[in-house]
Design a binder for this molecule. Sequence first.
Ligand code: ZN
Length: 264
Amino acid sequence: MGFLTAGLAVCLVLLFALSLVFASDPSGRWMRGGPASVHPSLPQDLAAAPLATPAPAPSGTGGFKLLEYQDDGSGVPVRWDPCRPVHYVVRSQGAPPGGQPAIERAVREIERVTGLRFTFDGGTTEPPTVNRPAQNRERYGNRWAPVLVAWTDPAEYPHMKGFAGLAGPDAVSGTSPGERRYVSGVVYLNREHLGEVATWSDGRDRIDAVVLHEFGHLVGLDHVEDPGELMYRTPTAEPHQEGFEVGDRRGLAALSGGPCYRDF
Ligand SMILES: [Zn+2]
């Protein structure tokens, strides 16, 4: 079974949750309230209306948890702007067989359910880092850093030890007091472990499930305790061939249809 015997789709969000409490946590880039002191220009591909319609929330009782809510107590989640594409780059070095198609499938599924649109900006040599800044003008110019999807391993990225993937969005404060929005993020995938999984008879399904789970975090889903959901914290070895389940989809619906921003 390899070194991740307890399940595949576990990830950084445990560290994420801790970072909300412990400011010294190395994953502190996800701390609440982190401001972006100089905002990039409005993107050229900003649209006047949401780029697509999200899927309706399914009925049912499946539960979900979201990573972050606005600070005003309104219960409104922190979300991505649906009027502009989510840009992403991929560092494909070391990707296992089936790895790149798994990313493409996950992106299409997230788009279909949330109504968000993703734009692939190509390959990158950017290595995965802790505390990746929301802007890197030297590498990406005057804009938010695109989401970095990177295949890595514990030797390069020690936090990956024991995880199949680590992912999360990067929120910045808006101009209204307490308002926050997602502008960037990371999806790091364990090429060492998933390279082994790729050799299993059901390896493709398992890689798909891991990658989709991580993209669920990217758009704002947290873990749930229900093993029937893809966002289960410690999933069993059963592959999630059906992808997102009812609770996951209800959570994704809650993350959809957010406001469009014009201030930056
Ligand atoms: Zn997870």
